[in-house]
Design a protein around this ligand. Structure first.
Ligand code: PXL
Length: 270
């Protein structure tokens, strides 16, 4: 099989393999595309929490993005963990040079165990300068609350927050509803013209580490393959939902989801 498209991932490394670059690589690969990376930080972590974070220098991040994309042009880009203002500045500068339009931004802020993955100056810079460079931003509820500065307790609040982000310059916003108390999952996609609510089943499990990274990478992959935004979100949500349902149950804490669910293994390897 040959890859269907090429995706560049700009994100942090998660040594436990469930989130960050590792989740992104598994997602893009298992959905049949070719993945490239620009690593923004290296984290030492397991399913119970983050032990340490080592940032990569901004120039080194720019080098990875520009030198890689100059040779193999990506069809889409997924952006994850960007911990500081200078990293965001460097990424924007590199994005301006490589001119790829299909950019999905997962505004990563806090790891499952509560460790902060971005500082306050970076959040301000992301809102002011990076939002408008992207095609889609995919915050979860705590991230949407920080970005919109409103409290979110309902679907109505999710729509209100999405509208605020559109007014800040985002083209499309997908707010993920997993943190709301309800029996169903409601993810809301909003732009200036339309709104679409994706409803899926909610599984009761602690093993949801890396769902945000996985979703944004899956959407970027479908976009890279030429699917439209609504279809890409629908298929991305389905992939994450199936990966949660599979319930790997690895580690003592919040374990990873099963990225392999999309691969139909050859019989002879069973
Ligand atoms: O899920 C958010 C996330 C993103 N990127 C890295 C992470 C995490 C969560 O742990 O470690 C590198």
């Amino acid at each position: 099989m040959k890859p269907n498209s090429k995706v560049l991932i700009i994100a942090g490394s998660d040594s436990s393999g469930g989130a960050g670059i590792q989740a992104d690589l598994k997602t893009v690969t298992s959905l049949g595309s070719y993945a490239m990376t620009a690593i923004t930080a290296v984290t030492a972590q397991n399913t119970t929490g983050v032990k340490s974070i080592t940032p990569i220098k901004s120039l080194e991040i720019s080098n990875q993005i520009e030198f890689t994309a100059k040779d193999i042009k990506p069809n889409a880009i997924k952006i994850g963990m960007l911990h500081s203002k200078s990293v965001i500045q460097a990424v924007i500068k590199s994005l301006n040079k490589i001119k790829i339009k299909k950019i999905v931004l997962d505004p990563v802020m806090v790891a499952k165990g509560g460790s902060k993955l971005i500082n306050d100056a970076a959040i301000i810079h992301l809102k002011k300068n990076l939002l408008k460079k992207t095609l889609l931003i995919t915050p979860n509820i705590p991230e949407a609350e920080i970005l919109s500065k409103i409290k979110i307790n309902s679907k109505k609040d999710m729509i209100k927050a999405a509208k605020i982000l559109i007014n800040l310059g985002a083209k499309n916003v997908l707010i993920k509803g997993g943190h709301l108390k309800s029996n169903q999952m409601n993810d809301i996609l909003l732009n200036r013209k339309t709104m679409k609510i994706f409803t899926s089943k909610k599984y009761r499990t602690k093993n949801t580490h890396g769902t945000g990274c996985t979703l944004s990478s899956a959407i970027a992959t479908y976009l890279a393959c030429g699917k439209d935004l609504i279809k890409s979100c629908e298929l991305g949500i389905k992939y994450v939902n199936e990966s949660i349902k599979s319930n790997l149950n690895l580690g003592k804490g919040s374990g990873p989801i099963n990225h392999l669910n999309s691969i139909i293994l050859n019989r002879k390897f069973k």
